[in-house]
Design a protein around this ligand. Structure first.
Ligand SMILES: Nc1ncnc2c1ncn2[C@@H]1O[C@H](COP(=O)(O)OP(=O)(O)OP(=O)(O)O)[C@@H](O)[C@H]1O
Ligand SMILES: [Mg+2]
Length: 248
């Protein structure tokens, strides 16, 4: 039976999308069947990586109950030199869609959670996906919380910025401990700040899955390139492979 892994963070720009794409690629390269879902409806990203053409529908339509997940997934396996392994569900990146998604009411949110859970069931039970990897919006956005509730495992990506660390701790204590969803922490763009790193290690040592260093080579790379594919020997590629193994 497959599993759903949601990648979330307190602050923006911590490296969620980067980790989601690379983790999905690592599994797909190992012949696992992966559904990578863009559930960041505020700032969709995955279309910039995979550059899909003629999209029939988006994840937005699934949460609206207007489409089903099997119709909306796009086979992007050729991007990584594979066949039938890496499928992507894109979020609608039009301004109208983004505005619409952030102004939904509570009733819709509850329906959207049911639809997400149904999609999860369909992907894992009927379509035999090995992994669902969900990229989300930062912070306590209800759609990200839905993605966390639906997941078997959440990876919270944080930098060593003090406000990022304290927000991440607050989210764990006030949200994740209550859901009882298994939660791990990936520290990304780590550079210096030994005191901050030691503090979080003392508090959550067992939850920290890996510490990924800051890398200017990553900053330099274009959005459409995938680190683990283009730089298989890069130290961060090795760390992402280790994360993939630990949570497999
Ligand atoms: N280890 C790293 N070292 C240096 N730069 C990194 C590292 N990881 C990610 N980045 C860069 O940081 C930027 C933000 O990464 P990414 O878009 O993955 O973050 P995000 O958490 O998805 O952001 P958002 O909250 O806006 O969705 C990107 O330019 C990315 O290349
Ligand atoms: Mg992102």
């Amino acid at each position: 039976m497959g599993k759903m892994i949601t990648i979330h963070s307190y602050k923006g720009g911590t490296g969620k999308s980067q980790l989601s794409v690379n983790l999905a690629t690592v599994y797909a390269l190992r012949d696992k069947k992966v559904a990578l879902l863009d559930l960041d409806f505020r700032a969709p990203t995955l279309h910039e990586v995979f550059k899909p053409k003629n999209l029939k529908c988006f994840m937005n339509n699934i949460l609206d109950g207007r489409s089903s997940i099997d119709e909306c997934l796009v086979d992007c396996s050729s991007k990584i030199g594979k066949e039938n392994k890496l499928y992507v569900g894109f979020a609608d990146f039009s301004t109208e869609a983004i505005k619409e998604m952030v102004s939904r009411g509570r009733k819709w949110e509850i329906e959207a959670l049911k639809r997400l859970l149904n999609s999860r069931k369909k992907l894992l039970n009927e379509m035999e996906f090995d992994y669902i990897i969900a990229d989300t919006s930062p912070g306590i956005a209800y759609l990200s919380i839905n993605a966390a509730v639906a997941a078997d495992l959440v990876i919270l990506v944080t930098t060593l910025d003090e406000s990022d660390i304290s927000g991440t701790i607050k989210m764990i204590e006030e949200l994740y401990d209550i859901f009882e969803t298994k939660t791990l922490i990936a520290i990304n763009k780590a550079i210096g700040k030994r005191d901050v790193l030691n503090k979080i290690k003392e508090m959550y040592g067992e939850k920290i899955i890996e510490v990924l260093p800051c890398s200017c080579e990553i900053v330099e790379m274009s959005r459409s390139s995938i680190l683990v594919l283009e730089k298989p020997d890069h130290p961060i590629t090795k760390i992402i492979e280790r994360i993939a193994e630990k949570i497999s």
